[in-house]
Structures are given as C-alpha cells and as structure tokens.
Write a protein that binds this ligand. Structure first.
Ligand SMILES: Nc1ncnc2c1ncn2[C@@H]1O[C@H](COP(=O)(O)OP(=O)(O)OP(=O)(O)O)[C@@H](O)[C@H]1O
Ligand SMILES: [Mg+2]
Length: 381
C-alpha cells in the first residue's frame, strides 16, 4: 500500500476509534519506510509509537482472542506488548548477537528441526547488571520473531493473597500454552526474593515447586524468557529448568560509542565526537547513556538550541555521573560509617575529575555541595 493510503487508513482508524487497525497501520507505515531505506523516519515513527506497543489483549476480544487472566484482586496478571524495536536499535557484543540470531533462526525453523527429531531451546534466562538491555532484548526478540510479548505483571502476581501465587502462575502459563508468543518473566528474582520477605517456608517451597512444574510443562510453541540482575538469588532447581543462559554486561568503549550514536541518531548535531563521549562514560550502562541523551535533548530544547554541540552532552554526562554516585550512596547499605566513607571517597574522585577539567574550587563546591575549603582538602589529599 502506498504511503498516502496508509495515512488515510490511519485517520479513519482514529475517527472510528479502532485501536487495533490504528496500531496495525502504524506498524505497516514503519515497515514501509524501512523497506524504502528511510531508516531515520522509520526510527522516528518507532519512537513515537512506543506507547502503542502496550495494550491489553482484551481490547482485541472481538477477534476471538481470549481474555487476559486476572488475579483475585481483579488486576490483570499479564500485559501484552507488540514491540517495534529491532536489532538496529540495540548494541550487543558479537557473541550475544550471535546467540540471539541463532535463537531466532532455530525458533523460525522449529518445524523442520522437530521433523528431524531435534528439539529447540525454548526457555532462556537473561542475566546481567541493571540497564544493560535485558528487557530491551526481549522486545527486540519479540519484534524480530513477529511474536507478542506476554509480560507478566509481577506486582499482581506477588501482591496477591498468600497462597494464591501458585494459582496465578498456573493461570499465566495456561494462557501462554500453545501460543506463538514470548512469555516474559522480567525481574525474575522478585519471586526468589520472596524468601527474605516471607517467614512461612512451606509457602515459598510451594511457589518454587509450582514455578518449576509450570516451566517444565511450558509448550515449545512459544518462548519463555526470564530476566534477572541477581542470578545468585535464584533457586538451583529453577536454574536447571532453562535451556540456555544469555549473559549481559556493561558496554565496552566501542559499544558505548554506538549506543550514543543510536540514541542520538535523530538529533541535529554539531561536530559531536562520540568516541570522546564513550571515553568519558566508563562504567555507564546502556540505560545510563540513554538517560544522558534524553537529558541532552531536553536541555537543548529548553535553551532554544537548533543544533546540539558536544558541550551539552558533556555537561549532561556529569549530571548523570553525579546521580549515579548519589544512587550508589543511597544503596550502600544502612551502615552509616560505610556510607559516609563511600560518600567522601566518591566526592573526592568527582572533585579531582572536575578540577582536571579546569573548574575553580568554588564551581566544584557548587557541583558537589561542599565548601571550597573541603574541595581544596579533597584535591590536596
Ligand atoms: N545495549 C543497549 N543498546 C542500546 N540501548 C540500550 C542498551 N542497553 C540499554 N539500553 C537502553 O536503556 C533502556 C533500559 O534498558 P533495559 O530496561 O533493557 O535494561 P535491563 O537490563 O532490563 O535493566 P534492569 O535489570 O534494571 O531491568 C533501554 O530501553 C534502551 O533504551
Ligand atoms: Mg529490565
């Protein structure tokens, strides 16, 4: 269909309040721009339509699809997403990219492999530090396979009455059975963490058993994906249920550079040295970089800039660095002494860095909320 016809259909869907047709048309528009090689426009459309990717299957009921399972509280246990992100939007180390590509090819050719008597991996565990792209990869995988992402609402699952979690898990897995979809257990450790929050060991045992049974019975039509940044909290019985574990890590300098480029690709830039940005963002995750880019864009707009220079990026990197330090301090446990020590060490590091960049004692003091005398002591040490 040509573009103008798609636009007409888009308007008609909006007027008729036909959400389903609206979403399908947006996806067609994106694909059309992509096939014409208009990656920039396709990217802009994708970003603009991100909110559309979340919808409830119940809204599609007229098409004969089942209603989403709910907890006793009435809250849905699942949310359905139809992601639009692709491999062009994510930067992964080559080994991880290969693992995802093999998984996609094997899943697409499952029928043939089954005829040959070969079973394919269908239960994958994603492990790695926060913000390294685990949830994002689940989106990419769903979009590349053309599957829906059945996103498990852990809040509904866990906040349900004690004794109901097992029942809810069964409802979720029953719903996913036989569907060409990805059942996604994000922040999977929350289930394992219940061990700390619950005194009743018998109940936890029942939940873990129920999870193990459900994972065992999971049909191979779709994929089961679970993500965690605390793999050490998972029960060994659960670990063994997964066919493969994909490990994520903080991005390398080269990867950071590409993540910057991807996230800033639609922005009007003036001579930005992405490698320099990558050098200055050691230990940043993909999510931290995304935050820098977002902050940079917002800052440029508030300052009425028509093009964005490297300086704006650099200043936003500092802001995010400072926020990261604050977060680290807040999470450094409740031990007051340890917190204080960590805080002064981090501030010292920060003060030295800012000094190297040529800031005065007063300017540094303002940034780290300390007097110039304290800043002087930090630098002298
Ligand atoms: N490798 C990457 N390439 C490109 N963008 C990334 C990458 N990693 C993270 N991002 C950006 O950061 C955002 C957040 O990442 P995501 O939610 O996938 O992290 P996560 O590993 O699931 O973290 P958490 O463990 O905290 O849930 C993504 O939506 C994406 O915009
Ligand atoms: Mg996540």
């Amino acid at each position: 269909m040509v573009r103008s016809e798609l636009v007409v259909r888009l308007i008609e869907s909006h007027v008729k309040k036909d959400d389903d047709s609206f979403k399908t048309t947006v996806f067609e528009l994106i694909n059309e721009e992509k096939s014409k090689g208009n990656d920039l426009v396709a990217g802009q459309l994708k970003r603009a339509s991100r909110g559309l990717a979340v919808y409830h299957l119940s809204s599609l009921k007229p098409r004969g699809l089942e209603e989403l399972p709910t907890a006793e509280s009435g809250l849905p246990l699942l949310e359905t997403r139809r992601p639009v992100e692709t491999f062009d939007d994510i930067v992964l180390p080559i080994e991880l990219q290969n693992s995802f590509c093999s998984l996609i090819k094997e899943t697409k050719n499952r029928g043939t492999l089954h005829l040959w008597g070969i079973s394919t991996p269908s239960k994958i565990l994603l492990c790695g530090p926060p913000g390294t792209g685990k949830t994002f990869s689940a989106h990419v995988l769903a979009s590349e396979l053309g599957y829906d992402l059945l996103y498990i609402r852990l809040d509904s699952l866990i906040s349900s009455y004690l004794g109901q979690t097992g029942n809810n898990l069964r409802k979720i897995f029953d719903f996913a059975r036989g569907k060409r979809a990805i059942l996604f257990l994000d922040e999977f450790d929350a289930i394992a963490k219940m061990r700390d929050d619950m005194n009743e060991l018998g109940e936890i045992k029942r939940i873990v058993n129920s999870l193990v049974q459900n994972i065992d019975m999971f049909s191979s039509e779709g994929l089961l994906l679970a993500a965690t940044n605390h793999p050490q909290l998972l029960d060994t019985a659960i670990w063994r249920r997964f066919d493969e574990v994909f490990w994520f890590d903080l991005p390398s300098r080269k990867e950071r550079m590409r993540i910057f480029q991807i996230h800033a690709r639609a922005m009007p830039l003036n001579n930005v040295d992405f490698d320099n940005l990558a050098v200055r963002t050691k230990d940043f995750s993909g999510s931290d970089i995304e935050k820098v880019v977002r902050l940079t864009a917002r800052k440029a707009v508030t300052e009425d800039a028509t093009v964005i220079s490297e300086d704006v990026f650099l200043s936003c990197i500092e802001t995010i660095k400072y926020k990261k330090i604050k977060q680290k301090i807040a999470m450094a446990g409740r031990n007051g002494f340890a917190q204080k020590k960590l805080k002064s060490e981090e501030l010292k590091k920060k003060a030295i860095e800012l000094r190297k960049e040529g800031l005065s004692l007063e300017e540094i003091g303002e940034r780290i909320d300390k007097s110039p005398t304290t800043v002087h002591r930090y630098i002298k040490d």
